[in-house]
Design a protein around this ligand. Structure first.
Ligand code: GLN
Length: 309
């Protein structure tokens, strides 16, 4: 049977790519750093990876871009695989209902961020991973290289430097959580690690393939196990409820899949037991999610009937 799945969604992707042209010009690229603000918002690529790692796509599906918060999924998986349940003593798993870079909940929740996919939560996860590995961003890069089978995948050093130069909000989040004892890595080191992870460059093909372990219930590309079946379910569940920030309800309603967006314009999504997707288009809505990206995933699940519901 596996053979008949090869490239089975390509006609669907081609149809979506044509339909998405009508959304050209919608949304604006992230403008908090020059490297992202300069990207043409009309660019578009989309890839599907089958469970065996076969990948195909439409548009600019092999074009590298800034992955940004999409990497929060992989650091969560790496930290969870090493630390297990104890991780959840340091970060919650409830939707925040607030913008991704918000500070407001941290004071009345004693420095415990709502979930791993807002910036505060991702800083905590990076802190945990850095404690456990001594090299959070390197562990992440090595993992992504292995899972995507792309040995050239790397940080964009200009983007990392630019993130650092415009990093006051993330620095404030880290210092505030450190004041509650929920960050233990020295804040400058933690920020360096976090900005490097945001600055990873990868394509839709890379990310769709690298996300495969979540569709394979925790099994890595080489057949070894990263997460227990239950942990893979947990990561997918947190993606579903928190992966698109304060638009997670709308994303679940429209797309019906675990997904994670980044302000570079990418979104990854998982059809557990079936395939993984990555779509990229840099025009963002006011919550920081790709306008064409959400629309393309909406069309994918509508046309194919594949969702977790
Ligand atoms: N680098 C961005 C930040 O930390 C990532 C945010 C995002 O992609 N939502 O603000």
């Amino acid at each position: 049977m596996a053979q008949s799945f090869q490239q089975s969604f390509l006609p669907v992707l081609e149809r979506i790519s044509e339909e998405i042209e009508a959304l050209a010009g919608r949304g604006r690229p992230a403008d908090y750093i020059p490297a992202l603000a300069a990207v043409d918002p009309n660019r578009f690529g989309m890839a599907v990876a089958e469970l065996d790692g076969t990948v195909y796509g439409v548009g600019e599906w092999q074009q590298p871009f800034s992955t940004q918060s999409v990497t929060k999924v992989f650091t969560l998986a790496l930290a969870l695989s090493r630390e297990g349940e104890e991780l959840w003593e340091h970060v919650g798993r409830e939707p925040s209902g607030n913008p991704f870079n918000s500070l407001v909940q941290l004071e009345y929740e004693h420095g415990i961020p709502r979930n791993p996919f807002i910036n505060a939560g991702a800083l905590v996860v990076t802190d945990r991973l850095h404690r456990l590995t001594g090299d959070a961003s390197g562990s992440l890069r090595d993992f992504l290289r292995a899972e995507s089978a792309n040995p050239d995948l790397d940080f964009d050093r200009d983007v990392a430097a630019s993130e650092t130069a415009h990093g006051d909000r993330n620095a404030a989040l880290a210092h505030f959580m450190a004041s509650y004892g929920n960050i233990t890595t020295p804040v400058p080191t933690l920020l360096r690690e976090y900005f490097r992870q945001c600055a990873i460059e990868a394509s839709c093909a890379d990310l769709a393939v690298a996300t495969g372990f979540l569709a394979r219930h925790g099994i890595r590309a080489d057949g070894s196990r990263l997460l227990t079946r239950s942990q893979a379910k947990q990561v997918n569940a947190v993606m579903m409820t928190c992966g698109t920030y304060d638009a997670a309800g709308d994303f679940a309603y429209r797309v019906g899949l675990p997904g994670k967006s980044g302000v570079g314009g990418a979104i990854i999504a998982v059809v557990p037991g079936r395939c993984t997707l990555c779509v990229w288009s840099p025009g963002l809505d006011d919550r920081g999610n790709s306008v064409a990206g959400v629309a393309a995933l909406d069309r994918f699940t509508t046309i194919t009937g594949l969702s977790v519901f």
